[in-house]
Design a protein around this ligand. Structure first.
Ligand SMILES: NC(=O)c1ccc[n+]([C@@H]2O[C@H](COP(=O)([O-])OP(=O)(O)OC[C@H]3O[C@@H](n4cnc5c(N)ncnc54)[C@H](OP(=O)(O)O)[C@@H]3O)[C@@H](O)[C@H]2O)c1
Length: 264
């Protein structure tokens, strides 16, 4: 079974690296700028092959990841969609193109997979939605493939935006929050680099408690936030300030999603 990846930018490069790490056999890539694909291939020369052409990766791949931006995905489907066969599965990583639109441009089976940068570490959720043409065997093999580089989670395609805010945008949101917290700590006399290290280590320790020691979020809050104490003062402030911030954040991503869709 050949796994093809078209587009070795952030997501395609990450997926290629993740599949190479798990030694996925018959991993073939193709990128518009050949040098970028070559750089990734050189890191895993025994695992990755570079396709000679777009035509060759399309005709030989059983599962074909298309890791392009939404406009380029649409153009790609218009140009190459006819070459795909009904026994192949095309997997789009863009959240913007509906599966139904892709199905109107090719006879192949269609899946949408929204990865997260966390798959570099072979962890985190991969969101997926399947088109109605997807066969049972294709579903099973795709699930098994995705399970090796993260945790596949089936979602309603119409809810992709909010799910993707949590899993795909999440790492950037968390990093931004850490950065801002460290900058404020610097104003109180802790060098921001030191503050970032402390926050990251504290976060990792907290995740360790949840993952390996079965603490719930409520356990953590209750054990640290003593009634009447300083932590509780901070928790109360966050409870007042953050719901509106997160509401606005989800509105902002939704708005941008719509703007990108209407401009393409
Ligand atoms: N970044 C994330 O965290 C993330 C998470 C989930 C989903 N996604 C989605 O995944 C998709 C790819 O995102 P990305 O962050 O990987 O983008 P990216 O880093 O900009 O990569 C885009 C890729 O598309 C190729 N490309 C651009 N124009 C092309 C064209 N006209 N024909 C053929 N190839 C073309 C680029 O090739 P060159 O190297 O030649 O420029 C590059 O390989 C997007 O739809 C994005 O919404 C991204």
């Amino acid at each position: 079974m050949q796994l093809g990846i078209i587009g070795t930018g952030q997501m395609g490069g990450m997926l290629t690296t993740a599949f190479a790490k798990i030694k996925q056999p018959q991993l073939v890539i193709f990128n518009r700028t050949a040098g970028k694909a070559a750089m990734i291939q050189q890191k895993y020369p025994d695992q990755i092959q570079i396709a000679d052409s777009m035509e060759s990766i399309i005709t030989t791949s059983d599962f074909l990841f298309l890791c392009l931006k939404s406009t380029d995905t649409q153009h790609w489907l218009l140009k190459w969609g006819d070459m795909l066969k009904s026994n192949q599965c095309l997997i789009m990583t863009t959240s913007q193109i509906p599966i139904a639109v892709a199905e109107s441009l090719t006879v192949s089976q269609i899946a949408k997979v929204i990865p997260s940068i966390t798959q570099y570490a072979l962890s985190g959720y991969l969101l997926y939605a399947l088109g109605p043409r997807t066969e049972e065997m294709t579903r099973a093999v795709l699930f098994q493939l995705l399970s090796q580089i993260g945790m596949p989670l089936a979602i309603d395609e119409n809810k992709t935006r909010i799910y993707a805010d949590l899993s795909s945008c999440g790492p950037a949101f968390f990093a931004t929050m850490i950065h801002l917290m460290a900058e404020e700590a610097e104003k109180k006399g802790v060098p921001s680099h030191t503050a970032e290290l402390i926050i990251v280590q504290t976060l990792m320790g907290t995740i360790h408690l949840i993952k390996d020691h079965h603490f719930t979020l409520e356990d953590i809050i209750q054990k640290v936030s003593v009634p009447g104490g300083v932590t509780e003062a901070g928790v109360i402030l966050l409870q007042q300030a953050l719901p509106n911030t997160f509401h606005e954040l989800f509105e902002a991503t939704e708005l941008r999603h719509t703007e990108i869709n209407t401009s393409s």
